[in-house]
Design a binder for this molecule. Structure first.
Ligand code: ADP
Ligand code: MG
Length: 730
């Protein structure tokens, strides 16, 4: 083995579990201890301050200056009591991670002395001078200042020694530069549209919130091995690696027992998460070796998104303490399942009623069906946008790879609900229903809750599945900021609910239909119109691809093509009409996503070439030399006839080694030429397509040869940790 690999393996073998710091207490004793939440506010703020802040939290209105000063002072006092010295505006730029710039509380006051200060204006707004975050041309560099503004709907928290204040990030001209700004606007559009529809059924509903429960999948790898794989370090995935003999075929990892070292890590990251008020509750092994999942109790979407972003950070930091690295990439290992982040989505009234949970009476079930069918219709109308919002260079490896939902958007409902929709379609006519007809229909609708209770049919292959009381958007990638997918889903459902309300109102006023009749008629039409998006079969099969094509559903396999849906007239109008993003903001986002795609492929391509030239080819040549020396030695001591026999296979091996080595070195060079050409193209769109169609295909060619080399070269000279070493945790 190469020296580095030997040392790393020794480290791995000698590991002992690190004692968890999680105290032996009930979670309720420390949950949210590092959050400036309701309890802390009540303790620290005046009556007036508390009322203003909670109102701002609920309604998203801004605070007046005096109150902001008071809140800032209290936050500081609370944080200082916990040893905090710095604060930061914490935001979510379009790079996909979170950003923070820490400032100290202290302020010199002359005479060599200093005090700690944190004012309302520092709380409410800041200029991070973040000129190097992507902005897709919205901010030209000379006016490079964006600013961050406090989002009072998500509580401040302490992470490390820093008070973190969740903020939005916008340009001076007011354009959104982050994920949070459009998310908040989409939530408010959804609230308004859904509340109006709720009024048909319950006049008491004044607010509707979106709920999200994410399920985060990830891999763990020992830090020592990670540290000598440049590909993992720089790209998050292995660019080479021969499949190990034992992969996931025995399915013995899924929900298997969790190794001690891993459990110690999980305990600690759950502890840290709980201090931060992130309600993680479940943990288990996933299908692939070294793959795991954690999931929280669902929360209001904005908070759930912040919590997921924060969790990804917490996991990485805690992992280091346990000598692990977390791989959040959608596809760290070829030939092994990748990671996703299911987004469980629903709607709830302020009174806590889940609108996607069938009720006990025909009336509440009509309400359920209204939201249920409108969601299906929305996904049907904007299937391409749903595809676009989950598109990334990483996720391209996973979608449609027989382990994850395909790139074709469809909705799974389950047999029973399909029957209900079929029944509505059959029994609702164009005219007013007779009282008997209505009673019959309502009776069958009234049966929904019973049916769902024993509804065990679950389809794991669908990208968007109804799972009893929520929709599960499964195509979201494991590194993604959930806000991207949630903003789209909220927006399309909001638009759909507005259209629905208009149509029902029109039928009621123009055709004098009763409310129920009008609702049934519109729902019936939606059921018919959106039928094509419903699919109950195996989403992984090739038959579905053929069937989807017949239905006219699109199947866009790669990111550059998928992203175009962001800038169609239909999508642009959707976001602009709902006041979520204007055309300029959308175009700039589209550019940023394309650029991000290009950069990712570019980096991978460079790393591949580096590794070929610096690690793989030298190993192949070194081994060739060993063989050649041996062959020459044999020639010296053996007769011609004996030599022929003895050296035959070795000579073949030498030929094979040099052939494969030639191919990879040449391909790496050709790939460089393609990069050059791509870099010279004049638009982000052309570049992304060139990287996808001209540069990326070389990855496969090279990888194929490298993996063969790994298979035939002496283990002693192979420089990279192998799959069997990385995927085995102890
Ligand atoms: P599984 O999908 O593994 O069967 P569950 O259905 O219990 O597990 O829940 C999965 C996720 O769905 C969890 O994160 C949970 O919080 C979330 N979830 C449950 N109910 C809702 C809801 N009404 N809205 C949003 N998410 C929900
Ligand atoms: Mg699930």
């Amino acid at each position: 083995m190469s020296t580095r690999r030997i040392l790393a393996m020794q480290e791995v073998v000698n590991r002992v579990p690190v004692e968890p710091i999680q105290p032996k207490k009930q979670v309720s004793e420390y949950f949210g201890a590092n959050v400036f939440g309701i309890d802390a506010m009540r303790e620290y703020l005046s009556e007036e301050g508390f009322t203003s802040v909670t109102e701002a939290m609920e309604k998203g209105v801004s605070l007046d200056r005096k109150i902001a000063d008071q809140v800032a002072a209290c936050m500081k006092a609370w944080a200082q009591a916990k040893g905090v010295t710095h604060y930061t505006h914490w935001f979510q730029p379009l790079t996909g991670t979170t950003a923070e710039k820490h400032d100290g509380f202290f302020e010199p006051i002359g005479g060599g002395r200093a005090i700690e200060r944190f004012s309302g204006s520092q709380l409410v707004q800041q200029e991070p001078d973040a000129s190097s975050f992507p902005n897709g041309g919205v901010r030209s560099t000379f006016e490079a200042r964006g600013y961050t503004a406090w989002d009072p709907t998500s509580p401040a928290f302490i992470w490390g020694n820093t008070l973190c204040i969740p903020t939005i990030f916008v340009s001076y001209t007011g354009e959104a530069l982050d994920f949070k700004t459009p998310l908040l606007k989409s939530l408010s559009a959804l609230d308004k549209a859904a509340t109006e529809v709720c009024q048909y059924f319950d006049k008491n509903v004044t607010k509707v919130i979106g709920t999200l429960g994410w399920e985060q999948e990830y891999f763990l790898i020992d830090a020592a091995l990670y540290n000598i794989r440049y590909d993992l370090q720089q790209t998050g995935r292995t660019l080479f690696g021969h499949a190990s003999a034992k992969g996931q075929q025995l399915e013995d990892h899924y929900w298997g027992s969790i190794p001690d070292r891993v459990l110690a890590f999980m305990k600690d990251f759950e502890y840290e998460s709980h201090l931060l008020g992130i309600p993680v509750r479940t943990r288990h092994n996933e299908v692939a070796p070294a793959q795991f999942e954690c999931a929280p109790v669902f929360e209001e979407i904005n908070i759930a998104v912040d919590h997921n972003q924060l969790l990804m950070d917490v996991m990485q930091k805690v992992a280091m303490r346990h000598n692990f690295r977390v791989l959040l990439h959608e596809k760290p290992y070829a030939g092994v399942n990748g990671s996703g982040k299911h987004n469980n989505w629903s709607l709830a009234t302020s009174a806590g009623k889940n609108l996607l949970s069938p009720g006990k009476t025909p009336k509440t079930n009509l309400q359920f069906l209204t939201f249920f069918i409108n969601t299906i219709k929305a996904v049907y109308e904007h299937a391409d946008l749903m595809r676009a919002c989950i598109a990334s260079a990483n996720n391209d490896h996973r979608l449609g790879a027989n382990e994850a939902p395909p790139a074709i958007m469809s909705v799974f409902l389950g047999e029973q609900l399909n029957k209900v929709l079929d029944e509505i379609e059959k029994s609702v006519g164009d005219k007013k229903m007779s009282p008997e007809e209505k009673t019959a229909l309502k009776l069958s609708i009234g049966k929904i809750p019973d049916i769902l209770l024993d509804n065990t049919d679950r389809n794991r292959t669908s990208p968007f599945a109804f799972t009893g009381n929520k929709f599960e958007f499964r195509a979201v990638g494991s590194t993604a900021n959930c806000a991207g997918a949630m903003t789209v889903l909220n927006a399309i459902v909001a638009e759909q609910l507005i259209a629905f309300k208009n149509e029902v109102d029109t039928l009621m006023t123009k055709k004098q239909l009763e409310k129920d009749d009008a609702i049934f008629q519109v729902l019936k039409r939606y059921i018919i119109e959106s039928k094509k998006i419903r699919f109950e079969g195996n989403g992984y099969g090739d038959e579905w691809k053929a069937e989807a094509k017949k239905r006219g559903l699109s199947n866009i396999p790669t990111t550059p093509g998928a992203l175009e849906a962001f800038v169609t007239k239909k999508s642009m109008n959707l976001f602009e009409n709902l006041n979520i993003l204007n055309h300029r903001e959308q175009e700039s986002r589209y550019e940023i996503y394309l650029e991000t795609y290009t950069k990712k492929i570019q980096i991978e391509s460079r790393i591949i070439a580096d590794m070929v030239n610096n690690q793989i080819a030298p190993a192949a040549i070194a081994y060739q030399k060993v063989l050649v020396d041996n062959i020459n030695g044999l020639k010296n001591i053996l007769s011609a006839a004996d030599f022929k026999k003895a050296a035959e296979t070795q000579i073949e091996l030498v030929k094979e080694l040099s052939e494969r080595t030639n191919i990879i070195i040449k391909a790496a060079e050709e790939m460089r030429e393609e990069r050059k050409k791509a870099n010279n193209l004049d638009t982000a769109k052309k570049q992304a397509h060139a990287y996808c169609d001209k540069v990326k295909p070389h990855f496969e060619t090279i990888r194929y040869q490298v993996d063969k080399l790994e298979f035939i070269i002496d283990d002693a000279v192979w420089p990279l940790p192998k799959y069997r070493e990385m995927l085995y945790l102890r």
